[in-house]
Design a protein around this ligand. Structure first.
Ligand code: PHE
Length: 345
């Protein structure tokens, strides 16, 4: 760009600015005007950058032309502000409500929270209470009071995360919600009809069905004359209420130190409908949790009369239940916080 091209460009641009200043009405018009005539893509910037390519004796003139242009545009802006006056100050500051508003989308509860609340409702309807306990537990509540003394081999059923607190291995992140059973029984006398939802932790490797953080809902019933039939009936009523009639469930003999007899609770796999696939490890069934009749040693640990009372307990995985009900194939979906997944529910 030669010196005369440069000054011609600025003159033309100033003429355009003079034409357009009258159209400025609002604060955002003014910003736009300033951006057009003084901003990064304006003629002023282009001219400024052209200066260094001119002959050294032409440069001061070019510099003056650019600053003259800028001063003139700024004068236009100030004059316009003044012309719009006090009333116009208001115009300039007023919120621009002419666009269709862009709403802030409203969030909702996480699917697992929804599942938890719905299950609480089902059990409240059956006459249960809801209780909660701490996620950081002592060895006593997580194992010992549940009929697993120190070094009991059954402890290896739970890959435990330990907290560096107290004596070595004294404080743990609870591996299940069963310690809340102990806390509930310590705080009251039978009859007990309580569910206890909450977060649990295990040193598990992430796969389609396992995650180191997950949720359970524990159930505990203690009363006179409670039998395994009551347990089976309760689980059946619950399965119907929660999954609807399309799902078959079964109890399979199992082992837990705090229940005797013990069982695993399974439902037909939602992916293959029982045929066997990778989600159910080719078994056709998905394990939702464990259950059984409360072991008399547990009653002894909390001072309940095990001759007078019997009871049952169960612990189900909330993620597993959500997977079955909503057809979610990988447990990690609940923790990734991908909004496209979360907002479907
Ligand atoms: N706490 C057991 C688990 O997490 C489940 C369970 C609860 C089994 C209550 C029996 C009774 O594996």
């Amino acid at each position: 760009m030669t010196l005369s091209e440069l000054t011609a460009l600025l003159d033309e641009e100033l003429a355009r600015a003079k034409e357009q200043i009258d159209k400025v009405e609002t604060a955002s018009d003014l910003e736009e005007f300033e951006r057009t005539f003084l901003g990064k893509r304006s003629a002023a910037t282009a001219a400024n950058q052209g200066i260094k390519d001119l002959a050294p004796d032409e440069r001061p003139k070019a510099g003056q032309a650019v600053s003259g242009y800028k001063a003139a545009v700024n004068e236009l802006i100030e004059a316009r502000k003044a012309a719009l006056g006090d009333g116009a100050g208001e115009v300039l500051d007023r919120l621009d409500l002419t666009l269709p508003g862009r709403g802030l989308g409203r969030g909702h509860l996480h699917l697992i929270t929804q599942v938890q609340q719905e299950l609480e409702e089902v059990f409240l309807g059956l006459g249960y209470e809801v209780a909660e306990g701490p996620e950081v537990e002592t060895d006593f509540y997580n194992f010992e009071a549940l009929n697993m003394p120190q070094a009991h081999p059954a402890r290896s059923m739970w890959d435990t995360l330990y907290v560096k607190l107290g004596r070595p291995e004294e404080v743990v992140l609870r591996t299940h919600t069963s310690p809340v059973q102990i806390r509930v029984m310590e705080s009251r006398q039978p009859p007990v009809y309580t569910v206890m939802p909450g977060r649990c932790y295990r040193r598990d490797t992430l796969d389609a069905r396992h995650s180191p953080v997950f949720h359970q809902i524990e159930g505990l019933v203690v009363d006179e004359g409670i039998t395994f039939g009551d347990l089976a009936g309760t689980i059946d009523a619950f399965t119907r209420a929660y999954f609807g009639p399309g799902h078959t469930s079964r109890l399979r003999p199992s082992y837990f130190p705090f229940t005797e007899p013990s069982a695993e609770f399974e439902v037909t796999c939602f992916v293959c409908d029982g045929a066997g696939c990778s989600v159910c490890s080719k078994t056709g069934w998905l394990e939702l949790g464990g259950c059984g009749m409360v072991d008399p040693n547990v009653f002894r640990a909390v001072g309940y009369d095990s001759e007078r009372y019997t009871g049952f307990a169960f612990g189900f995985g909330l993620e597993r239940m959500a997977m079955v009900r909503y057809g979610v194939e990988h447990i990690k979906s609940f923790f990734e916080n991908d909004i496209r997944f979360l907002k479907q529910f």
